[in-house]
Design a protein around this ligand. Structure first.
Ligand SMILES: [Zn+2]
Ligand SMILES: [Zn+2]
Length: 226
């Protein structure tokens, strides 16, 4: 039997129109999750980059953690991998778009992903800079229109990445791309609230993948909650 990628329930036969949980498209469905989750044909076949783009372009969510949790449940996403280096930036910017703080086109989403796409797998251990932390910095860079000639914008971009990296330092290894994604988003959110004065709800991050991950640090991880 097929299982729902989102909640793992067994799919049930269905005839009618269903709405894709990933992209919001409506199509004729044969099977649906008893909890209402549905994956459209295009999302089912999407690559890692395509599913990030499809979700970020269409989501109505104002919470970047909910956005990354949905994307990370897609079948193309591995427990760990360089796909996480393209993830935090477009998710943060999409949430900011839905909160009315930015305009976000498909091209801007692609740009946010592209900036993170050259960071190789394992860069946390091989260079000291985690790709998911950098992706959070990319969101602040794009939000503030930072570049290497800017003053405060550049500092806030670097601050986002360095605060995220400190969270990784404090937790210790081995890798956890889910933790790094959450830590990066939390760091960016803190900069948006405390340094840039945005009126945002604080994030209450609980890992959606706890115990499923081979290297889960369980009680040692601040996002692990029973
Ligand atoms: Zn489901
Ligand atoms: Zn879809």
């Amino acid at each position: 039997m097929f299982k729902c990628v989102i909640c793992k329930s067994e799919l049930i036969e269905y005839s009618g129109i269903a709405t894709c949980t990933f992209c919001g498209a409506k199509e004729e469905a044969d099977y649906i999750c008893p909890n209402g989750h549905y994956q459209c044909e295009d999302c089912r076949l999407a690559t890692q980059s395509e599913i990030i783009e499809r979700v970020c372009l269409n989501t109505k969510s104002k919470n970047p953690v909910d956005i990354v949790n949905l994307i990370m449940k897609h079948a193309s996403f591995n427990a760990y991998g360089a796909e996480h280096h393209e993830l935090a930036a477009p998710a943060i910017l999409s949430a900011l778009k839905n909160l009315g703080y930015v305009n976000l086109t498909a091209a801007r989403i692609k740009g946010a992903m592209k900036r993170g796409s050259n960071i190789p797998y394992g860069s946390c251990g091989s260079t000291g800079a985690c790709g998911a932390s950098i992706s959070a910095g990319i969101a602040i860079s794009m939000f503030t229109k930072s570049n290497y000639l800017k003053d405060r914008e550049r500092s806030l971009t670097i601050k986002t990445v360095s605060k995220a990296l400190m969270k990784l330092t404090d937790l210790g290894g081995p890798r956890c791309c889910k933790f790094s994604t959450y830590a990066g988003i939390e760091s960016a959110w803190n900069v948006l609230i405390n340094d840039l004065g945005l009126n945002l709800e604080p994030l209450n991050i609980v890992c959606d993948f706890q115990d499923e991950l081979p290297d889960c640090k369980k009680e040692k991880c601040p996002y692990y909650k029973k």
